[in-house]
Design a protein around this ligand. Structure first.
Ligand code: UGA
Length: 420
């Protein structure tokens, strides 16, 4: 927002995060973010505070961008952070404003929060609610924000629509599609988008299961499908399936909300999408066990990658860590490499061993699993890695390594769903 020319005040309850941000430091890794943060803070366009009262008197537009994680032990989303932010902000408002939700929420939430905002705002203050879901991908967050593929505005009046158009004027001038709609449609667009993406990944992983049984190659199959412009080649990479803080929890929250709305049947397929996805993690463990000689007991297993995907240090619901933990639970010694995510991985799975040195992780390994497709793994030299392992066996769970080169260097190499 500061880069788009606005004066911005960022608020968080975590004072350590806020003081780091004031110094131009983020608590997470995101390509390109450090530069944009330093420049926005340096220009004075972006400031930070832990006080919502500061924000209430400062802004005419408030974005709520907090998380909506899965509820523990249930499918639905935990809305306490969104509700908490709104409840804390509303009574302190001192000027008319538009409060805009960016968080991913079950359809119907915005209408409920809209009434709550009107009720909690001080008398005489006009506070309206809009919903403007974000579609950024981790690893491309800056790009996806500044050059968004589309903007969605859920609004209840032409005036509120005009406010959002003004906020995004620079993107609109650049031709970014802008879809103005009502609150429930805006909320649903986000849920539908993530459900579609998850479905596309599970579809190609279902094909991977069939390819494995039939001796066919899912990479070639996906490439051929992708040439059909009606299908498109993106999000058709088969292998280990999706993880992260969004797709999985969003399809589950969608199932829960559809059930409340009496249309559970309409999204029942999402349950299968979820099952196909977690099945791929089990499949990776099965292939690794088979390659390790039928049991992990006493085996050393090297894991390449801990983040849920490359270009992030996020390990939430990481397929790589979930496979690593399952193998460890079966008695192997598991060593994990990642170029960015080791600190987060250590907190999430303290039982695993970690190193930022690929050679150390692979030392005396009986089997190596490539689970997160960081570019550096494509450039590994199979011959020198062969020198350090106990048995040269590798599984490419992301179907991107040049396995021919690995085989030529004496490795037994397997892909997931592919016959390379
Ligand atoms: C996802 C959506 O792509 C964003 O549009 C959305 O804004 C975001 O969730 C959100 O709701 O906040 P993200 O979780 O950052 O973004 O990651 P994706 O790029 O969607 O990847 C998710 C997972 O799918 C990763 O584990 C990735 O490895 C896996 N994936 C992706 C595949 O297994 N195959 C593919 O072809 C693509």
């Amino acid at each position: 927002m500061a880069d788009l020319g606005h004066d911005v005040l960022g608020v968080d309850t975590d004072s350590r995060k806020i003081s780091a941000l004031r110094d131009g430091q983020a608590s997470f890794y995101e390509p390109g973010f450090a530069q944009i943060l330093v420049s926005a803070v340096g220009s004075g366009k972006l400031r930070f505070s832990t006080s919502l009262a500061d924000a209430a008197s400062f802004a005419e537009v408030h974005f709520i961008c907090v998380g909506t994680p899965q509820l523990p032990g249930a499918l639905g989303a935990d809305l306490s952070q969104v509700e908490g932010a709104l409840d804390a902000l509303a009574p302190s408002l001192t000027r008319d404003c538009l409060v805009v939700g960016k968080s991913t929420v079950p359809v119907g939430t915005a209408a409920r929060l809209s009434a709550r905002l009107a009720e909690l705002a001080p008398p005489g203050i006009s506070a309206r609610l809009a919903w403007n879901p974000e579609f950024l991908r981790e690893g491309f967050a800056v790009e996806d924000t500044l050059r968004a593929a589309r903007l969605v505005a859920g609004v209840t009046s032409a005036e509120d629509d005009a406010v959002l158009r003004a906020v995004y004027a620079q993107l609109l001038d650049a031709g970014t599609p802008y879809i103005s709609t009502d609150l429930p449609t805006a909320e649903l667009i986000k849920m539908a988008a993530n459900s579609f993406l998850a479905t596309k990944i599970s579809f190609i992983n279902a094909m991977a299961n069939v390819c494995e049984a039939a001796g066919a190659d899912v990479v070639t199959l996906a490439k051929a499908l992708g040439h059909d412009p009606r299908i498109g080649g993106r999000f058709l990479s088969a292998g280990l399936g999706f993880g992260g803080g969004c797709l999985g929890k969003d399809i589950r929250a969608f199932i829960a909300r559809a059930s409340e709305l009496g249309v559970a049947d309409s999204v029942r397929f999402l349950q299968q999408v979820d099952e196909i996805n977690t099945g791929r993690r089990r499949r990776a463990v099965d292939i690794a066990r088979e390659m390790a000689g039928g049991s992990f007991a006493g085996r050393n297993v090297a894991i390449l990658g801990a983040a849920f995907k490359p270009e992030t240090d996020d390990v939430r619901d990481s397929p790589a860590l979930s496979v690593a933990a399952a193998i460890r639970a079966e008695g192997a010694t598991v060593r994990v490499h990642d170029q960015r995510a080791i600190e987060n991985a250590r907190q999430a799975c303290p039982d695993l061993d970690y190193s930022d040195d690929v050679l150390k992780v692979c030392e005396n390994a009986d089997v190596v699993l490539h689970l997160t497709e960081w570019q550096q793994y494509r450039e590994l030299d199979p011959a020198s890695l062969r020198e350090v392992v106990r048995s040269p066996r590798i599984i490419d769970a992301r179907n991107v390594l040049p396995l021919g080169r690995w085989q030529a260097a004496g490795w037994t190499a397997r892909a997931m769903g592919a016959t390379r």
